[in-house]
Design a protein around this ligand. Structure first.
Ligand SMILES: NC(=O)c1ccc[n+]([C@@H]2O[C@H](COP(=O)([O-])OP(=O)(O)OC[C@H]3O[C@@H](n4cnc5c(N)ncnc54)[C@H](O)[C@@H]3O)[C@@H](O)[C@H]2O)c1
Length: 319
């Protein structure tokens, strides 16, 4: 199978590219190496598979329609896994125009390219953040999700919706996967697992909102990748599917596990959570189990131990 991955130099995209290459697929990878976080980290993400004979890598922006049409025409992929995005809930506050441009206009541009190139299947990286202000816990895909708390989830929800339009009018299979707080080796430096580790190692203060009483449904990268690969393999018409672990963890406990692995205490400040943050995220994963045979295997303590091993090897603890 030929898979076009956007955001292939990022955390999740680089793991997806490796997984597909290792099972024999052809991968066409696109990333613009933006500086939302250090592009050197992204170069390091792709270094292990950059020279693979079944990989073609393009440094390109998904908003560049001409470039994307050309890539599509040259390769005729069977499926697009669209992971490129501006991530980060809090960073999106005050940056709605940028997030709309990359996450919504960029997705629509790619949907147009898919339509023009008759690509039959589109897998879209959405987020648990679309659940926003809701009382329905655990989060179920039938929730209308019409009250996103920040520009980032608003743009992701909008992209899910226009995905339906392309499915309806142009017979495109569109699967939106709502990822729940993904962590693991190559994890994003703006997210809690990396940030907490890095700051404990470097003896810097960590902001732990609401004194660690928020809960997050942390999902290990290998489990997410298994779900994405299953979605790539199974065109389903139009579906929105949660990919989480289904076991929310108190943030105070989460930090405690990392402290235990490092053998040092965190220096904490505990401001109230900003209004962009839900108190809890909690995935109902029964739909993913049913449609994708999704079965997350990695307990948070095990996943964090593997992440800490990676951190010591790749980032180092001397700083
Ligand atoms: N990591 C998580 O916990 C999480 C949770 C929910 C959803 N997601 C979604 O999953 C996807 C991947 O997330 P990630 O954590 O790997 O983030 P990431 O930032 O590590 O990866 C995204 C990649 O997309 C690239 N990119 C951004 N804009 C681009 C553009 N205009 N053209 C080409 N490339 C562009 C970036 O350079 C980056 O390498 C994103 O769509 C994100 O919104 C992630």
């Amino acid at each position: 199978m030929k898979v076009l991955i956007t955001g292939a130099a990022g955390f999740i995209g680089s793991h997806l590219a490796e997984a597909l290459l290792s099972r024999g697929d052809e991968v066409i990878a696109v990333d613009n190496f933006n500086d939302y976080y250090d592009p050197a980290r992204k170069r390091a993400n792709v270094a292990p598979f950059q020279g693979h004979p079944r990989l073609t890598f393009y440094e390109a922006d998904v908003r560049d329609a001409d470039r994307m049409y050309k890539i599509m025409a040259d390769h005729c992929p069977d499926v697009i896994a669209h992971l490129a995005a501006m991530g980060g809930v809090r960073y999106s506050i005050g940056r709605a125009p940028l997030y709309t441009d990359v996450n919504l206009r960029g997705t629509v541009g790619l949907l147009e390219v898919a339509r023009g190139g008759a690509v039959p299947h589109f897998v879209f990286a959405s987020t648990s953040s679309v659940y926003g202000k809701t009382d329905r816990i655990p989060f179920e895909e039938t929730d209308p999700c019409n009250q996103p708390l920040a520009p980032y989830p608003a743009t992701k929800k909008a992209a899910e919706i226009i995905g339906y339009t392309y499915h309806n009018l142009h017979n495109l299979n569109f699967t939106a996967l709502r990822f729940f707080s993904v962590y693991g080796p190559r994890g994003r430096p703006d997210m809690m697992p990396f940030m907490v580790t890095h700051r404990i190692v470097n003896r810097r203060e960590i902001q732990l909102f609401d004194a660690g009483q928020m809960k997050r449904d942390w999902t290990y990268i290998d489990d997410i990748i298994a779900g994405v690969v299953a979605a790539i393999d199974r065109p389903l018409g139009y579906e929105v599917i949660n990919l989480g672990r289904g076991e929310p963890v108190l943030m105070a406990d989460f930090v405690g596990i990392i402290e235990g692995l490092i053998g040092k205490r965190a220096i904490l400040s505990t401001p109230p959570a900003p209004p962009s943050e839900p108190k809890v995220t909690f995935a109902d994963i029964s739909k993913a189990r049913r449609l994708l045979d999704y079965d997350p295997k990695t307990a948070v303590a095990d996943g964090l131990a593997r992440t800490w091993s990676w951190y010591q090897r790749e980032i180092g603890t001397s700083g």
